[in-house]
Design a protein around this ligand. Structure first.
Ligand code: PLP
Length: 400
């Protein structure tokens, strides 16, 4: 597949160096790490090497705090289910309205089927968390707080250390879904109040289906998967050794490249954003521009459907993503756009461009050339858009 790939928050390309580290695990070092022979021991050694790389990327105190999982979704589910099992008398959970479905759907289930009270903390128009509501929701009845480090749609970063410290003060476990943050934000979990953290390989140039859960030493932990002693009995099942080694290699590369690539990618992102805002009328950046992942740009183009933009971008060989999701035949803006109160007319046209260390200046310049024409063309077809005319205010519904 060729083209310009600006959908790196959905997934990233496996780095060729990562793949090179993984390949011998399929053919040469194929033993089961639990086996009592040299074939097994060779793989076991590689897994422990990978654990150390992830430990280094997170700035964790001990490599034993890293538990390999199948990805972000499993890590998120494991964290919450572990805390509620470890603290069965505490029947409340605190989270935010803009979490990934891996958290939101589990919380919905626990509320409906298991009688938990879920405090879903709202955000403001920039996607920042309502800190007063957060403080009010905290009490000794809270088993776990789960708040994402950075939002996948807008890139908005939450003040994780402050949130974790407040949660610890009432005795709650603090978990963060850092799937979008790991590899982009420097971390030192050894000095942090964060108890658990989820990460996913395929967001940082490792393969899909591998991830990790950081579990601070001394934290009460209950496994979700039982049936084997792997991962110190915290995640049973024969290890995905190639995936684990790939994640280790990707973590090593992320640590090496983080500072330089953050600067380079942010400059490209800003160049794209500045150019599009200047060239296209009636559009704005969603999320907080002051606390944002360096690679993420989400622009709401008013009076057009995001899907239509994506289709034309795709025709032009550009891959991006929209905040909308097609539910029951009607195109609904994403829960993140709705939570931020982005007007209906703009939320529909929210388009996310997410960059990575693979992104080049030439690609960004090509996108800058193409997008204004696409928006113009679509607006020409829109009944809600008439150049130089008053905007149709009656089209803007109010969210309850
Ligand atoms: N959490 C966030 C914030 C994500 O962006 C994603 C993936 O998009 C996930 C969790 C799920 O991760 P995985 O695809 O590894 O299950």
């Amino acid at each position: 597949m060729t083209g310009i790939y600006l959908d790196n928050n959905a997934t990233t390309r496996v780095d060729p160096d990562v793949l090179a580290e993984m390949l011998p695990l399929f053919t040469e070092h194929f033993g089961n790490p639990s086996s009592m022979h040299g074939f097994g021991a060779a793989v076991g050694g590689k897994i422990e090497w990978a654990r150390k790389q992830v430990q280094a990327l997170l700035g964790a105190a001990h490599d034993s705090e890293i538990v390999f999982t199948s990805g972000g979704t499993e890590s998120d589910n494991t964290a919450i289910l572990s805390a509620i099992e470890a603290y069965p008398k505490k029947k409340e959970i605190v989270t935010s309205v803009v979490e990934h479905p891996a958290i939101l759907a589990l919380c919905d289930y626990l509320e409906k089927k298991r009688g938990y009270t879920i405090h879903r903390i709202p955000v403001d128009g920039k996607g920042d968390l309502d800190m007063d509501a957060y403080r009010k929701a905290l009490s000794e009845n809270v088993a776990i707080v789960s708040i994402m480090w950075a939002n996948n749609e807008t890139g908005t970063i939450f003040p994780i250390e402050e949130l974790a410290t407040l949660a610890k003060a009432v005795g709650a476990v603090f978990h963060t879904d850092a799937v979008q943050a790991v590899g982009k934000i420097p971390m030192k979990l050894a000095d942090s109040a964060v108890d658990m953290l989820s990460l996913s390989g395929h967001k940082l140039h490792a393969p899909k289906g591998i991830g990790a859960l950081y579990v601070k030493r001394g934290l009460r932990f209950r496994p979700m998967l039982r049936g084997g002693h792997q991962e110190r009995s915290r995640r049973a099942g024969t290890e995905n050794a190639p995936g684990i080694v790939g994640l280790g290699a990707a973590a090593q590369l992320a640590l090496v490249h983080m500072t330089d690539e953050n600067t380079r990618v942010k400059a490209l992102r800003d160049r794209l954003e500045t150019a599009l805002l200047a060239a296209v009328p009636n559009c704005f950046v969603t999320g907080n521009p002051d606390h944002r992942l360096p690679n993420t740009c989400n622009i709401a183009f008013e009076y057009i459907e995001g899907e239509a933009i994506l289709l034309l971008l795709n025709e032009a060989g550009i891959a991006a993503s929209s905040g909308s999701a097609c539910t029951s035949g009607s195109l609904e803006p994403s829960h993140v756009m709705r939570a931020m109160g982005v007007p209906y007319t703009a939320a529909h046209g929210a388009t996310r461009f997410s960059l990575s260390r693979d992104t080049t200046e030439a690609e960004i310049d090509a996108v800058i050339k193409v997008v204004p024409g696409i928006i113009d063309r679509l607006r020409g077809l829109s009944p809600y858009w008439a150049k130089d005319a008053a905007r149709p205010k009656e089209f803007v519904p109010v969210y309850s």
